[in-house]
Write a protein that binds this ligand. Structure first.
Ligand code: NAD
Length: 356
C-alpha cells in the first residue's frame, strides 16, 4: 500500500526526532512492502520566522490532503515574547481544529527495563502497567462560555462545562473500540457526585457500553482516579474522560512512567486521518546537542500505522524493536542510570532500526 504522510517537524528537537521516525517508517515499509511518501510543512516558531504566522495556510492544506500527520514539537524561548495570537502553540490548536480531532489517545506504559526510573515504589509497580488514556479534546470547560461579571462578592470570573450526548457518545465509542484491541476494560472517570455534565456523561457511557458486551465498564470519580493511578496503576486498561480531567490525569499517568521522552500520542477525528506526536515539547535546552530521545516520536509513528492505516502487525514490529532496544540496555541520556553507556539520538534510531 502507499500512504502520504505530512511531516510537521517544528522547532527545537522536532526535526531530529521526526527524521529518526521517518527512517524507522521507511525500514518498516521495506520489510512489509509499503511505500510512505513524506512531505514537510512548516508550523510553530520556524513558520513564524519564514512566513510571519505559526500555521501557514499551505500547512493546513497539506495536512488535510495527507493520509496522516506526524508532528515533532513547536515552540521555544525565541518566540516566547510574541503576542498570544502569533505564538507557536497556536499552530497546534489550529491544526487540531482544522483536522476536526476530538479524541486524544495517550498510552502510558512502564517498561520493565526502566522500572528504576518510575517514581513509585517498586512494590506498587511490581505488576508493571500499560494503560490508554482516551481524552475528549474539543468540548467541555476549555471550550464553554466564559467571562467576567459582577457577582455576589464583587468582580468574578466564570467558565462553563457543557457536554452534549453526541460528544460523549462518540468518545465512548472510541474508548470501547480501543478496549476491544486491548484488555476489554474501560474505566470512565467523572465527578457525577457533584456535576450535572458528569451525570449525563455516566448515563451516556453506560448506554454506549450496551453495544460492547465483551468490554467491562466501571465508573470512577476523578479524585479517586488521581489516587488510584499512584496507588495501583495496573488496575487500568482504558480510561475515558473529559477534556479537563483527561488533561490532568494524562500528565499524572505520563509522570509515573519515568520519562516523557518515551510517550507517544494520537489525536483522531471521524475519518482515519490523525495527528501523531510525542507528548513532550521542543526541549530547547537540549536542541542541537544530539541528546534528544527519539522513542516517543517513533512510537507515535507506530500509533499512526495502527490507528490511521490499520497496520497492527507493522505497528507491533516497531514497538517490539523499541522494547528490544531497551531490554538490550540501549539508553539515551534522559533514561540512563549512572554508569550506563549513552547513545545520542541517531544512535538510538540506529539501535531500533537494527532490531526491526
Ligand atoms: P519539554 O517537554 O520541551 O521539556 C521538558 C524537559 O524534558 C526538558 O528538560 C527537556 O530537555 C526534556 N525532554 C523533553 N523531551 C525530551 C526528549 N525527547 N528527550 C530527552 N529529553 C527530553 O517542555 P518545556 O521545556 O516546558 O517546553 C519547551 C518548549 O516546548 C516550550 O516552548 C513549550 O511551549 C513547547 N511545548 C510544545 C509542545 C508541543 O509541541 N506539543 C508540548 C509541550 C511544550
Amino acid at each position: 500500500m502507499e500512504y502520504n504522510i505530512a511531516l510537521v517537524k517544528g522547532d527545537g528537537i522536532g526535526p531530529e526526532i521526526v527524521d529518526g521516525a521517518v527512517t524507522v517508517l521507511e525500514k518498516v515499509g521495506e520489510k512489509f512492502g509499503h511505500t510512505f511518501h513524506f512531505t514537510s510543512y512548516l508550523a510553530g516558531g520556524c513558520a513564524i520566522d519564514a512566513t510571519g504566522v505559526p500555521l501557514p495556510p499551505e500547512t493546513v492544506e497539506g495536512c488535510l490532503a495527507s493520509d496522516s500527520v506526524l508532528l515533532g514539537a513547536v515552540g521555544g524561548p525565541k518566540w516566547d515574547t510574541l503576542p498570544g495570537d502569533i505564538r507557536p502553540e497556536k499552530a497546534l490548536l489550529g491544526l487540531r481544529a482544522k483536522l476536526g480531532l476530538y479524541t486524544n489517545l495517550r498510552p502510558a506504559r512502564l517498561y520493565p527495563a526502566l522500572a528504576g526510573k518510575c517514581p513509585l515504589r517498586a512494590e506498587t509497580v511490581a505488576e508493571g502497567f500499560d494503560l490508554l488514556m482516551v481524552r475528549e479534546l474539543t468540548g467541555g470547560i476549555y471550550f464553554g462560555d466564559r467571562g467576567r461579571r459582577d457577582g455576589k462578592y464583587g468582580p468574578e470570573a466564570y467558565d462553563t462545562e457543557a457536554y452534549s450526548v453526541m460528544e460523549i457518545e462518540r468518545i465512548a465509542h472510541v474508548a470501547f473500540s480501543a478496549a476491544r484491541k486491548r484488555n476489554h476494560k474501560v474505566i470512565s472517570v467523572d465527578k457525577a457526585n457533584v456535576l450535572e455534565t458528569s451525570r449525563l456523561w455516566r448515563e451516556t457511557v453506560h448506554r454506549v457500553a450496551e453495544q460492547y458486551p465483551d468490554v467491562t465498564v466501571q465508573d470512577m470519580l476523578v479524585d479517586n482516579a488521581a489516587m488510584q493511578l499512584v496507588r495501583w496503576p495496573a488496575q487500568f486498561d482504558v480510561i475515558v474522560t473529559t477534556n479537563m480531567f483527561g488533561d490532568i490525569l494524562s500528565d499524572e499517568a505520563s509522570q509515573i512512567t519515568g520519562s516523557i521522552g518515551l510517550l507517544p500520542s494520537a489525536s483522531l477525528g471521524d475519518g482515519t486521518r490523525g495527528l501523531y506526536e510525542p507528548i513532550h515539547g521542543s526541549a530547547p535546552d537540549i536542541a542541537g546537542t544530539g541528546k534528544a530521545n527519539p522513542i516517543a516520536t517513533i512510537l507515535s509513528a507506530a500509533m499512526m500505522l495502527r490507528y490511521s492505516f490499520d497496520l497492527p502487525e507493522e505497528a507491533a514490529c516497531i514497538e517490539a524493536a523499541v522494547d528490544k532496544a531497551l531490554d538490550d540496555g540501549c539508553r539515551t541520556a534522559d533514561i540512563a542510570a549512572p554508569g550506563d553507556g549513552i547513545l545520542n539520538c541517531a544512535g538510538m534510531v540506529q539501535a531500533i532500526l537494527d532490531r526491526i
